[in-house]
Write a protein that binds this ligand. Sequence first.
Ligand code: T3D
Length: 263
Amino acid sequence: MKYESILYDNAGGIARITLNRPDRLNSFTAAMHAELADALARVKADAAVRVLLLTGAGRGFCAGQDLSDRAVAPGGTPVDLGESIGKYYAPLVLTLRELPLPVVCAVNGVAAGAGANIALACDIVIAARSASFVQAFCKIGLVPDSGGTYFLPRLVGTARAMGLALLGDKLTAQQAEEWGLVWRCVEDAELAPTVDALLQHFAQAPTRGLAATKRALHASAGATLAAQLVLERDLQRELGWSDDYREGVAAFVGKRPPHFTGK
Ligand code: T3D
């Protein structure tokens, strides 16, 4: 598939997807969804990929659904938004959550609507100081989608989730970091080097262990302690048979840096 709305790069164990409709703040069209799904399928199918970066081109990260991509007008034919969510947004969120490798999101500018919540679906979110997060849905009569009603209360608590979702005010990157919505807020000029260092780190990390950690942390949201303990036991058993576990222990005992292969 030829990409016109995204950029895709895959080298050295690092896959990078850049949403690339900067004049529309990288808002989603049906074409962009199709390209993104195709790129994510390539990441999933490539065992050499050890980390994925999602970011945006230009001054924004993503402004959610492109509100001019289809005709919506008072008195006009209603659009089935459930179809759009079921076909595009929900599978996108689940794919990001279920990819067996770390997904880093570099929020380079405003993240609004589904754009904000897709960032929150990623594992490590680093935001530039000039970036912001906007639950824009309430301004057009919609509910936060793309996992917003799931992620927000879990990340920032119900009071702040309600405020963000019912008012739709911009949350600065600095405040997002203070509230625990994102991992880090960095100066704009530091975003690229910070993210690159992180990607290099993950490209040489024990990927299977990180994938299992991601899976276990996500599972905990709906699990009992007893169930988590069982899951941890099962994952630890699998990891104990991995090359990377044996290499990690040998490197520690041998007082040398480990060479992880992700196997
Ligand atoms: O529909 C379904 O399939 C259901 C799923 C829905 C998921 C959703 O995401 S619903 C929410 C959709 N998104 C929004 O409501 C956000 C709309 N945008 C904004 O509120 C603001 O643009 C921002 C807060 C994101 C940024 O504000 P600001 O002042 O920095 O930029 P701007 O001037 O408003 O936008 C710059 C340009 O991008 C502008 O175009 P122009 O005037 O230069 O030609 C603007 O129209 C365009 N743009 C921004 N967001 C969208 C957009 N064009 C289409 N769709 C957008 N979402």
